[in-house]
Design a protein. Structure first.
Length: 256
C-alpha cells in the first residue's frame, strides 16, 4: 500500500498511479494480497463486490491516511481527523480516481433508467432500478455511514453475510442533489411475502447474531459486527427457495 500512497501523493491519479492501484487490486482478487481489516470470509465478500469497489476502498484508505498525516504535521502532534473531514476527503479523491479510470457517470440516473428500467423503490440509502424480466437490479447507494470508506466497507460485509444477494460495484456518481452515490448491481429477488420477525431472528442466529436489546427488534450484534435495519421490508421470502433473503441492511464492524 505504501507504494500506492507515494504514487498518488507524487502525481495524483496519473496513469502510473492507476496502474499500481489496478495491479494491487488484481493481486487481491487473485489471493496474493490481503487487506488486513478483512478476515478470510470477508476477503471473499470483498472480491465478489468487484474491482471497482476494491480500488475505491484503496483510495479511501489513502485519503484517511493522508489526512491524518497532514493534520499531524500541522499540529506537530498526533491527532485524529473528524469523520466529516475523512468523508469529504474520501468522496473528493474517489471522484477524482473514478473520473481518471472511466468509472464516473455524471448522468447516471438518466442513463440507468434508460438502460435498466424505471426506479421501483427508494429508501434512505438506495434508489433501485429494474426492468421486468431482467435478473438484476441496479442500485444507486448513498452513504448513511460516518464516512464513504465505511459505506464501501458495508458492501463487503453484506456480501460476506448474504452471499445470495451480493452487490457488485460498477461505478460512481452524484445525484441531482449532489449526493455521492455508489452504483451497484444486485440479483433480483422475487418476493413471495415479507419475512416475519421470527424468520429473521432465525436467519441471523444461523449467522452468529443475537438481538442487541435496544428494544427496536430489528438490530443485532455478533462478536465482530453490528447488523441493523433488518425489518421485513429488507428481508423477503424468496419465491424460488421460499427462504428468507436479505436484500439490504446496515452492517458495520464493532469499533471501540
Amino acid at each position: 500500500m505504501e507504494r500506492i500512497y507515494v504514487a498518488i501523493s507524487d502525481g495524483g491519479f496519473s496513469e502510473h498511479a492507476i496502474e499500481i492501484i489496478d495491479n494491487y487490486t488484481q493481486q487481491i482478487v487473485n489471493g496474493k494480497e490481503d487487506l488486513n481489516q478483512f478476515n478470510q470470509a470477508e476477503h471473499a465478500g470483498l472480491c465478489s463486490a468487484g474491482e471497482a469497489l476494491i480500488g475505491a476502498y484503496i483510495v479511501c484508505d489513502y485519503a484517511k491516511s493522508s489526512l491524518a498525516t497532514s493534520e499531524d504535521a500541522g499540529a506537530g502532534q498526533a491527532s485524529s481527523p473528524a469523520s466529516w473531514q475523512i468523508d469529504e476527503a474520501q468522496e473528493r479523491l474517489v471522484e477524482q480516481w473514478a473520473k481518471a479510470c472511466g468509472l464516473w457517470f455524471p448522468n447516471a440516473q438518466e442513463d440507468i433508467e434508460s438502460e435498466y428500467g424505471p426506479m421501483i423503490a427508494q429508501g434512505a440509502e438506495s434508489m433501485v432500478y429494474y426492468k421486468g424480466g431482467e435478473t438484476s437490479v441496479v442500485k444507486l447507494r448513498t452513504s448513511i455511514y460516518a464516512t464513504l470508506g465505511r459505506a464501501i466497507e458495508s458492501i463487503v460485509l453484506h456480501n460476506t453475510l448474504f452471499r445470495e444477494t451480493p452487490m457488485t460495484v460498477i461505478g460512481f456518481t452524484r445525484d441531482g442533489d449532489g449526493l455521492f452515490r455508489t452504483i451497484c448491481t444486485q440479483p433480483y429477488i422475487g418476493c413471495k411475502q415479507l419475512a416475519t420477525r421470527d424468520e429473521i431472528d432465525l436467519m441471523v442466529a444461523q449467522r452468529g447474531f443475537r438481538d442487541n436489546n435496544d428494544g427496536r427488534g430489528v438490530n443485532y450484534i455478533s462478536d465482530r459486527l453490528h447488523l441493523e435495519d433488518m425489518h421485513p421490508a429488507n428481508v423477503f421470502i424468496d419465491t424460488i427457495s421460499e427462504t428468507p433473503i436479505c436484500i439490504d441492511c446496515i452492517v458495520k464492524f464493532i469499533r471501540k
